[in-house]
Design a protein around this ligand. Sequence first.
Ligand code: PGA
Length: 235
Amino acid sequence: MIVAANFKTNMTRKRTAAYLKELERRLAESGMEQQVMVFPPSTALDSFEGKVLVGAQNAYAAQNGAFTGEIGLDQLDEFGIDTILIGHSERRHVLGESQEEIAKKYAFYKEQGFNIVYCIGEPLEIREEGNDALMDYLDAQLVGIDLSYEKLVIAYEPVWAIGTGLTPSNVDIELLHTALRHKIERPLLYGGSVKVNNALEIMALANVDGVLVGGASLDVNGFFSMVEDAQKCDS
Ligand code: PGA
Protein backbone atom coordinates (compact mmCIF):
# COMPACT_ATOMS: atom_id res chain seq x y z
CA MET A 1 0.00 0.00 0.00
CA ILE A 2 1.00 3.58 -0.60
CA VAL A 3 -0.19 6.31 1.75
CA ALA A 4 0.45 9.82 0.47
CA ALA A 5 -0.13 13.22 2.08
CA ASN A 6 -0.78 16.30 -0.04
CA PHE A 7 -0.39 19.39 2.17
CA LYS A 8 -1.41 21.76 -0.67
CA THR A 9 -0.93 25.39 0.45
CA ASN A 10 -0.85 24.44 4.12
CA MET A 11 1.92 24.03 6.70
CA THR A 12 5.10 26.06 6.92
CA ARG A 13 8.71 24.96 6.59
CA LYS A 14 8.99 24.70 10.37
CA ARG A 15 5.75 22.77 10.83
CA THR A 16 6.60 20.42 7.96
CA ALA A 17 9.96 19.58 9.53
CA ALA A 18 8.32 18.87 12.90
CA TYR A 19 5.62 16.76 11.21
CA LEU A 20 8.16 14.67 9.29
CA LYS A 21 10.28 14.16 12.38
CA GLU A 22 7.26 12.83 14.28
CA LEU A 23 6.11 10.69 11.34
CA GLU A 24 9.59 9.18 10.94
CA ARG A 25 9.77 8.47 14.67
CA ARG A 26 6.48 6.59 14.56
CA LEU A 27 7.38 4.68 11.41
CA ALA A 28 10.70 3.61 12.89
CA GLU A 29 9.08 2.63 16.18
CA SER A 30 6.38 0.55 14.52
CA GLY A 31 8.69 -1.12 12.02
CA MET A 32 6.02 -0.69 9.33
CA GLU A 33 7.06 -1.10 5.74
CA GLN A 34 4.28 0.81 3.97
CA GLN A 35 5.36 3.28 1.33
CA VAL A 36 4.68 6.73 2.72
CA MET A 37 4.88 9.92 0.66
CA VAL A 38 4.51 13.53 1.77
CA PHE A 39 4.05 16.47 -0.60
CA PRO A 40 4.68 19.69 1.35
CA PRO A 41 4.58 23.16 -0.20
CA SER A 42 7.73 23.93 -2.17
CA THR A 43 9.02 26.38 0.47
CA ALA A 44 9.21 23.48 2.92
CA LEU A 45 11.30 21.19 0.71
CA ASP A 46 14.60 20.16 2.26
CA SER A 47 17.00 17.21 2.45
CA PHE A 48 14.99 14.98 4.77
CA GLU A 49 16.48 11.75 6.04
CA GLY A 50 14.30 8.73 6.58
CA LYS A 51 11.76 6.36 5.09
CA VAL A 52 9.24 8.95 3.92
CA LEU A 53 9.45 9.88 0.27
CA VAL A 54 9.15 13.66 0.25
CA GLY A 55 8.03 15.08 -3.08
CA ALA A 56 7.11 18.29 -4.85
CA GLN A 57 3.46 19.22 -5.45
CA ASN A 58 4.47 20.83 -8.71
CA ALA A 59 7.49 21.99 -10.71
CA TYR A 60 8.05 23.44 -14.14
CA ALA A 61 9.26 21.23 -16.99
CA ALA A 62 12.72 22.81 -17.08
CA GLN A 63 16.07 22.56 -15.37
CA ASN A 64 15.98 26.32 -14.68
CA GLY A 65 15.25 29.49 -16.60
CA ALA A 66 12.86 32.43 -16.89
CA PHE A 67 9.65 31.00 -15.40
CA THR A 68 8.69 33.50 -12.72
CA GLY A 69 7.06 31.93 -9.70
CA GLU A 70 7.97 28.37 -10.67
CA ILE A 71 10.63 25.98 -9.44
CA GLY A 72 12.50 23.59 -11.72
CA LEU A 73 14.81 20.63 -11.58
CA ASP A 74 17.72 22.61 -10.07
CA GLN A 75 15.62 23.58 -7.04
CA LEU A 76 14.55 19.96 -6.52
CA ASP A 77 18.02 18.53 -7.08
CA GLU A 78 19.38 20.78 -4.34
CA PHE A 79 17.48 18.66 -1.83
CA GLY A 80 17.65 15.34 -3.64
CA ILE A 81 13.89 15.46 -4.33
CA ASP A 82 12.97 12.91 -7.01
CA THR A 83 9.24 12.53 -6.48
CA ILE A 84 6.54 14.76 -7.94
CA LEU A 85 2.76 15.10 -8.11
CA ILE A 86 1.54 15.88 -11.62
CA GLY A 87 -1.95 16.67 -12.93
CA HIS A 88 -3.67 17.36 -9.60
CA SER A 89 -7.19 18.66 -10.14
CA GLU A 90 -6.36 21.99 -8.49
CA ARG A 91 -3.56 22.48 -11.03
CA ARG A 92 -5.92 21.56 -13.83
CA HIS A 93 -9.04 23.45 -12.72
CA VAL A 94 -7.82 26.28 -10.48
CA LEU A 95 -4.46 27.02 -12.12
CA GLY A 96 -5.65 26.17 -15.63
CA GLU A 97 -2.97 23.67 -16.65
CA SER A 98 -3.84 22.06 -19.96
CA GLN A 99 -3.40 18.37 -20.73
CA GLU A 100 -0.69 19.38 -23.17
CA GLU A 101 1.30 21.20 -20.46
CA ILE A 102 0.73 18.37 -18.03
CA ALA A 103 1.94 15.78 -20.54
CA LYS A 104 5.03 17.89 -21.19
CA LYS A 105 5.74 18.05 -17.47
CA TYR A 106 5.23 14.30 -17.20
CA ALA A 107 7.62 13.58 -20.05
CA PHE A 108 10.26 15.89 -18.57
CA TYR A 109 10.20 14.41 -15.07
CA LYS A 110 9.95 10.88 -16.42
CA GLU A 111 13.10 11.57 -18.41
CA GLN A 112 14.74 12.60 -15.13
CA GLY A 113 13.72 9.28 -13.56
CA PHE A 114 11.34 10.81 -11.00
CA ASN A 115 8.68 8.90 -9.07
CA ILE A 116 5.50 10.41 -10.46
CA VAL A 117 2.10 10.42 -8.79
CA TYR A 118 -0.18 11.30 -11.69
CA CYS A 119 -3.70 12.48 -10.83
CA ILE A 120 -6.89 12.07 -12.81
CA GLY A 121 -10.52 12.65 -11.89
CA GLU A 122 -13.85 13.90 -13.21
CA PRO A 123 -16.09 16.82 -12.22
CA LEU A 124 -19.60 16.00 -10.99
CA GLU A 125 -21.39 16.93 -14.21
CA ILE A 126 -19.33 14.36 -16.10
CA ARG A 127 -20.10 11.63 -13.60
CA GLU A 128 -23.78 12.46 -13.90
CA GLU A 129 -23.58 11.88 -17.65
CA GLY A 130 -22.86 8.21 -17.04
CA ASN A 131 -20.11 5.70 -17.30
CA ASP A 132 -19.06 6.21 -20.90
CA ALA A 133 -18.68 9.95 -20.43
CA LEU A 134 -16.71 9.34 -17.24
CA MET A 135 -14.28 6.90 -18.86
CA ASP A 136 -13.86 9.18 -21.90
CA TYR A 137 -13.04 12.08 -19.60
CA LEU A 138 -10.43 10.05 -17.72
CA ASP A 139 -8.97 8.74 -20.98
CA ALA A 140 -8.50 12.34 -22.14
CA GLN A 141 -6.47 12.98 -18.98
CA LEU A 142 -4.17 10.12 -19.93
CA VAL A 143 -3.36 11.49 -23.38
CA GLY A 144 0.40 11.84 -23.80
CA ILE A 145 1.13 9.91 -20.60
CA ASP A 146 3.37 6.84 -20.82
CA LEU A 147 1.45 4.36 -18.66
CA SER A 148 4.22 1.80 -18.81
CA TYR A 149 6.65 4.03 -16.87
CA GLU A 150 7.89 1.91 -13.99
CA LYS A 151 7.95 4.79 -11.49
CA LEU A 152 4.38 5.87 -12.16
CA VAL A 153 1.64 5.80 -9.55
CA ILE A 154 -1.87 6.87 -10.57
CA ALA A 155 -4.18 8.71 -8.18
CA TYR A 156 -7.87 8.69 -9.08
CA GLU A 157 -9.47 11.69 -7.40
CA PRO A 158 -12.99 12.72 -8.39
CA VAL A 159 -12.99 16.54 -8.40
CA TRP A 160 -16.32 16.68 -6.56
CA ALA A 161 -14.92 14.54 -3.74
CA ILE A 162 -11.86 16.69 -3.07
CA GLY A 163 -12.18 18.70 0.12
CA THR A 164 -15.96 18.26 0.22
CA GLY A 165 -16.44 15.36 2.61
CA LEU A 166 -18.21 13.49 -0.20
CA THR A 167 -16.88 10.26 -1.67
CA PRO A 168 -18.20 7.85 -4.27
CA SER A 169 -19.69 4.71 -2.74
CA ASN A 170 -17.25 1.90 -2.09
CA VAL A 171 -18.90 -0.04 -4.91
CA ASP A 172 -18.31 2.85 -7.31
CA ILE A 173 -14.68 3.27 -6.24
CA GLU A 174 -14.07 -0.44 -6.77
CA LEU A 175 -15.76 -0.47 -10.18
CA LEU A 176 -13.79 2.52 -11.36
CA HIS A 177 -10.46 1.19 -10.08
CA THR A 178 -11.17 -2.15 -11.69
CA ALA A 179 -11.87 -0.42 -15.01
CA LEU A 180 -8.62 1.54 -14.66
CA ARG A 181 -6.74 -1.64 -13.80
CA HIS A 182 -7.61 -3.01 -17.23
CA LYS A 183 -5.56 -0.26 -18.84
CA ILE A 184 -3.00 0.60 -16.16
CA GLU A 185 -0.76 -1.89 -14.45
CA ARG A 186 0.79 0.59 -12.03
CA PRO A 187 -0.44 1.19 -8.43
CA LEU A 188 -3.81 2.96 -8.24
CA LEU A 189 -4.47 5.31 -5.33
CA TYR A 190 -7.87 6.72 -4.44
CA GLY A 191 -8.10 10.35 -3.29
CA GLY A 192 -10.90 12.73 -2.36
CA SER A 193 -12.15 13.14 1.22
CA VAL A 194 -10.19 10.21 2.58
CA LYS A 195 -10.44 10.50 6.36
CA VAL A 196 -9.41 8.51 9.40
CA ASN A 197 -12.85 6.90 9.51
CA ASN A 198 -13.02 5.71 5.88
CA ALA A 199 -9.38 5.02 4.91
CA LEU A 200 -9.40 1.38 5.98
CA GLU A 201 -12.57 0.43 4.08
CA ILE A 202 -11.35 2.24 0.95
CA MET A 203 -7.91 0.59 1.03
CA ALA A 204 -9.57 -2.79 1.50
CA LEU A 205 -11.35 -2.47 -1.89
CA ALA A 206 -10.13 -4.49 -4.86
CA ASN A 207 -7.65 -2.63 -7.08
CA VAL A 208 -7.11 0.16 -4.57
CA ASP A 209 -3.40 0.22 -3.79
CA GLY A 210 -3.41 3.14 -1.39
CA VAL A 211 -4.72 6.64 -0.77
CA LEU A 212 -3.79 10.24 -1.49
CA VAL A 213 -4.94 12.38 1.42
CA GLY A 214 -5.32 16.15 1.53
CA GLY A 215 -7.06 17.81 4.48
CA ALA A 216 -6.94 14.79 6.78
CA SER A 217 -3.18 14.43 6.32
CA LEU A 218 -2.42 17.71 8.08
CA ASP A 219 -2.74 16.09 11.47
CA VAL A 220 0.13 13.66 11.92
CA ASN A 221 -1.86 11.47 14.32
CA GLY A 222 -4.62 11.00 11.78
CA PHE A 223 -2.22 10.43 8.92
CA PHE A 224 -0.23 7.86 10.86
CA SER A 225 -3.41 5.99 11.73
CA MET A 226 -4.08 5.71 7.97
CA VAL A 227 -0.60 4.23 7.55
CA GLU A 228 -1.55 1.69 10.23
CA ASP A 229 -4.73 0.96 8.27
CA ALA A 230 -2.62 0.35 5.16
CA GLN A 231 -0.57 -2.13 7.16
CA LYS A 232 -3.76 -3.96 8.16
CA CYS A 233 -4.80 -4.22 4.52
CA ASP A 234 -1.45 -5.63 3.52
CA SER A 235 -1.28 -8.23 6.25
P1 PGA B 1 -8.85 15.94 0.32
O1 PGA B 1 -7.85 16.22 -0.90
O2 PGA B 1 -8.36 14.71 1.02
O3 PGA B 1 -8.74 17.18 1.20
O4 PGA B 1 -10.21 15.76 -0.24
C1 PGA B 1 -7.30 15.18 -1.64
C2 PGA B 1 -6.40 15.72 -2.71
O5 PGA B 1 -6.73 16.75 -3.32
O6 PGA B 1 -5.33 15.14 -2.99
